[in-house]
Design a protein around this ligand. Structure first.
Ligand code: PT1
Length: 274
């Protein structure tokens, strides 16, 4: 696939997308020089460890998280995007559902937008992506991050997620986004119980029917914690197991925190499977 003059070869090997959160902790207001330095250092490390994409997020979308303003989000991510785009050889993805944030991020050097609302959050998003020739990740979510884990229900989770993503693909292409710039993602943990997440992974191959590159994000998520009975700091092996499984069931890109371990798992799985 092709976005903003950069190409991403698909099918040759699995791409590992490293997660770079620039949501400040309570001791920092975000956007200051030290934060930017730290973020760039983390991006450089992930690139050295084998990440070919980096996903920058300025607003948490974990269950229960609250939204932040456009200005706050921009203050957090723009300095980091500018610094990384200049120095690190990776595709830069921005985790935002706000069209204004997307536009400014792509102007600053980002290559693709990771929209966790799959174009349902901001009606101006599709036009921005189309106009700027950026790539787009369409992720399925039921509800909003604040409310999505309040007893989510589906008749057939795979069919419903598939249909919803197909509709978003249709909206994207109708609004002028090139068919080969669209990636799909079933949104593990976004309005899904542990059973729903397992069902989505077991039947992951059904998403190949949409004929789009497939991204999967399971990293350190609570369904792994529920199964293993382990806290978030102890989920790297569980995550790696889901990464190997996802690759053999059609994933092209995996979104992870622990790049080194998951690149090794992905390389070994690629050698056996691809
Ligand atoms: C994802 C994803 C994302 N996940 C894409 N973007 C998060 N494209 C943020 C839990 O259950 O899978 N795909 N952006 C992080 N979201 C969560 C959701 C984190 C659930 C944790 C959980 O613990």
């Amino acid at each position: 696939m092709n976005c903003r003059g950069r190409t991403l070869a698909l099918g040759v090997h699995t791409h590992v997308m490293g997660i770079l959160n620039v949501t400040p902790d309570s001791f920092s207001d975000g956007g200051c020089y030290l934060d930017t330095e730290q973020a760039v250092a983390h991006a450089e490390l992930m690139a050295e460890e084998g990440a070919t994409l980096i996903d920058i997020g300025g607003e948490s979308s974990r269950p229960g998280a609250s939204p932040v303003s456009v200005n706050e989000e921009l203050a957090r991510i723009l300095p980091v995007i500018r610094a990384i785009a200049d120095t690190v050889d990776v595709l830069l993805s921005i985790d935002t559902y706000k069209a204004e944030v997307a536009r400014r991020a792509v102007e600053a050097g980002a290559h693709l937008i990771n929209d966790i609302t799959a174009l349902r959050g901001d009606t101006a998003m599709a036009a921005v992506i189309a106009e700027m020739g950026a790539g787009l990740i369409l992720m399925h979510m039921k509800g909003t991050p604040r409310t999505m884990q309040q007893a989510p229900q589906y008749d057939d989770v795979v069919c419903e997620v598939c249909t919803s993503l197909q509709e978003s693909v249709q909206i994207a292409e109708t609004q002028g986004i090139a068919a080969d710039r669209i990636i799909i993602d079933p949104g593990i943990g976004f309005g899904k119980t542990t059973e729903h997440n397992l069902e989505l992974l077991k039947r992951l191959a059904e998403f190949r029917r949409l004929d789009k590159p497939l991204l999967i994000g399971t990293s350190r998520k609570s369904f792994i914690g529920n199964i293993l009975g382990l806290p978030v700091t102890e989920r790297v092996e569980g995550t790696a197991a889901t990464v190997c499984w996802a690759i053999t069931h059609g994933a092209d890109i995996v979104r992870v925190h622990d790049v080194k371990a998951n690149v090794r798992a992905a390389q070994m799985t690629d050698a056996l499977y691809r």
